[in-house]
Design a protein around this ligand. Structure first.
Ligand code: CA
Ligand code: CA
Length: 96
């Protein structure tokens, strides 16, 4: 059973890197209001999704990882994709 348990743990740790677009639980300290404010600031045409132009205008570094954030490859970052990226990043930080 101990072996099984450690395998599950390994899978859980590896999942954020390989499970693209999987729904993740928000971190306990996730600030929805702060996220929403930032999202609204970036979603300048208010269509509820971030185009590549909007995302890069908000943060030039996004240009390099846009395709990674856009998990379903439709060319836009949805709120879910944005949060999933944030949560993955926070989980990576938590593992340090
Ligand atoms: Ca938009
Ligand atoms: Ca997308």
């Amino acid at each position: 059973m101990k072996f099984f348990h450690s395998c599950v743990m390994m899978a859980a740790l590896a999942a954020p890197a390989i499970a693209h677009g999987a729904s993740l639980e928000p971190p306990a300290d996730f600030d929805e209001a702060a996220w929403q404010a930032e999202w609204d600031a970036h979603d300048t045409d208010r269509d509820g999704r971030l185009s590549r132009e909007e995302a890069v205008a908000g943060n030039p570094n996004v240009a390099e990882i846009f395709d990674e954030i856009d998990a379903n490859g439709d060319g836009y970052i949805s709120p879910e994709e944005d949060k999933a990226m944030l949560w993955r990043a926070q989980q990576k930080d938590a593992l340090r």
